[in-house]
Design a protein around this ligand. Structure first.
Ligand code: OGA
Ligand code: NI
Length: 354
């Protein structure tokens, strides 16, 4: 129901079905201020240094930021401006795009998966399929009028950057540079434009609760002025404050599986605040649906047997969307030892008490 969109209303209090139980709340006072999320300069001339920085970041954080990434700064400004403009469109304009069916390739929705969840999240989002562009752009919104043009160019540049990063990640795993791009097949590209309205009670709810991304690689453009992204490390939440002209990159579940668990798809979440609305634009590179996800021989040699069973991305993605967001790590359900021991304990979401 389109009237669930938060961006069309004014909120003095939060409705009770957005309030988390006491022991699942964000505890914003316990969050570590922005610290040490690695920043990689893609303009640096020493490629071996870039590779080793990325290796370390993927292994220890699952997250890093890139600067001098080659994406046009003017284009990025337009992307952010249009995102805001879009969420400020009149309710009747937005109602036309509303859907809560995760299978739809273009949809404006709210929270995460309103059909499955019991507590909602303080977020609206426009989700678009972006590859191949010619197939999807005709059905993208045409209001704001420059939407298709600007996001079309943006998606192309993001894809290029993503492929470059996958090349470096391949090298950092001791594989040939083309390895990941080759095994991921004809990758789909999805985009989520996230809008987190001002929230009168940010301690009681989330923009996005703790989750891992189900895809291969995520390229996140953050609101340049407002913080909200937090990454889980060593039992604590760390804020990733916006850094000028940087993108935040994170390893998704499929790279964790393909690296045989060496690289981590880590828990992250978005919190909200009472002073300012916040936006972000997440681009997801996703394996081709039919490819089999299975680690390379090289990474299962040396006494480290395959951690996960082989599966197709299609199977994984369906499983992911059939669940609520803040359950156990979805990859846990694909562990090889679950076949022999289905009741083995799994990694719970860090905000859910066990
Ligand atoms: C996501 C995500 C974080 C943010 O869309 O998967 O983690 O800061 N977004 O909006
Ligand atoms: Ni995410």
């Amino acid at each position: 129901m389109a009237d669930m969109l938060l961006s069309t209303g004014v909120h003095d209090t939060i409705p009770s079905n957005y309030v988390r139980p006491e022991n699942e709340r964000p505890h914003l006072d316990h969050v570590i201020a922005d610290a040490n999320i690695p920043v990689v300069d893609f303009g640096a001339s020493d490629k071996s240094q870039i590779i080793s920085q990325i290796e370390k970041a993927c292994r220890l954080y699952g997250f890093f930021q890139v600067v001098n990434h080659g994406i046009d700064a003017e284009l990025v400004k337009k992307v952010l401006a249009i995102t805001l403009e879009f969420f400020r469109l009149p309710p009747e304009e937005k109602a036309k795009l509303y859907s809560d069916d995760p299978a739809k390739k273009i949809r404006l929705s709210t929270s995460f998966n309103v059909r499955k969840e019991t507590v909602h999240n303080w977020r609206d989002y426009l989700r678009l399929h972006c590859y191949p562009l010619e197939e999807f752009v005709p059905d993208w919104p045409s209001n704001p009028s420059s939407f298709k043009d600007v996001f079309g160019s943006y998606c192309k540049q993001v894809r290029q950057l993503g492929f470059r990063i996958l090349g470096i990640i391949s090298l950092s795993l001791g594989l040939e540079e083309e390895y990941l791009v080759r095994v991921l097949g004809e990758q789909e590209q999805h985009m989520a434009m996230n809008y987190y309205p001002k929230c009168p009670e940010p301690e009681l709810t989330y923009g996005l609760p703790a989750h891992t991304d189900p895809n291969a690689l995520t390229i996140l453009l953050q609101d340049p002025h407002v913080s909200g992204l937090q990454v889980h490390k060593d039992g604590k939440w760390i804020a990733v404050d916006p850094k000028p002209n940087a993108f935040v990159i994170n390893i998704g579940d499929q790279l964790q599986a393909l690296s045989n668990g060496r690289y981590k798809s880590v828990w992250h979440r978005a919190v909200v605040n009472s002073n300012k609305e916040r936006m972000s634009v997440a681009s997801f590179l996703c394996p081709c649906n039919s490819v089999l996800i299975s680690p390379p021989e090289k990474l299962i040699a040396d006494g480290s047997p395959a951690v996960y069973r082989s599966y197709t991305y299609d199977e994984y993605y369906k499983k992911f969307w059939s669940r609520n967001l803040d359950q156990e790590h979805c990859l846990e359900l694909f562990k090889r030892d679950r076949e022999t021991c289905p009741d083995a304990p799994t990694f719970p979401c860090p905000d859910t008490p066990t």
